[in-house]
Design a protein around this ligand. Sequence first.
Ligand SMILES: [Fe+2]
Ligand SMILES: [Fe+2]
Length: 317
Amino acid sequence: MTTTVVAPPTSATNPYVDSLQRAARVNWRLEDIIGADRRLDFNKRFLPDLLARVDRIGCLDGREKRILNQIRGNSYLHLFALAEEFILPAVLGQVSEGGTADITATQALLHFAEEESKHIRLFRRFAEAFEAGFGSPCDVIGPVPQIAAAVLQHSPLGVMFATLLLEWATQHHYLASVQGNDAEDLDPQFCSLLRHHWLEEAQHADLDTLVLQRMAGELDSDAIRTGADDFFRIVDLLEGGLREQVGLDLTSFTRATVRVLDAAEIEAVTSCQRDSYLWTFLGSGLSHPRFQETFAQVCPDHLPRLREASARYGGAA
Ligand SMILES: [Fe+2]
Ligand SMILES: [Fe+2]
């Protein structure tokens, strides 16, 4: 009997090897980010103004802007926890699909899923800390399982593009708005959350890209078109949720500040915050060059729709 020696995969033969190595280098624990003496400072803003856009609302004073910023911080926690609730099953679906055919890919995707579970716990822990310290209740969209299930009704290609969009968006949420931002005195814990989340999301974005490239090789043009249609349906669904969140924030703001806004002030806050939400959660991902590059590889016929959507949500086309 002869034994064939199979060489272990290397990054030259299997891109998932690289991914696993990079993931191991940036891996962090929940305890490193929140808990013990790591507390939210409610005297500071939580989100950079590039994301929360409260500074341009002329009818609010400094304290009111800080409170609205913190409400945006809280909704950020809930919205990303919500996103992870559909990303996690989508990734596990890819694990089941692949089985043990490429065990390195399976290990990388399982690690990805494990990190998303950790992120859900991270966002929930921050949300608990927020609730304990903010002083009045804040409303958020839901029910989360129902929204996640509505997203997951779409084809895996559509869901995976929605995942990629959100993961590239987190790059804007840290690199473009928090890293090196000395102009704003932001809560260090919230900055740490954005940084640590981004570090792992950067690995996920690479894995999504590999999964999407594999899918593209297996699907015919009809299935690709269905995937693109589904992706834009998910974007519409997310837009609806974000628009609803703007109204909930206004109620939370009024409750927290006991400020009565007149009709013109409500319109000023609403229009500014609506644009801000759409840019932060959709435009920043849709316009990301790496997202557009992968979309162009997989769905070249649907690129004009992507450019139109990106411009609609405040990103470059
Ligand atoms: Fe995540
Ligand atoms: Fe992720």
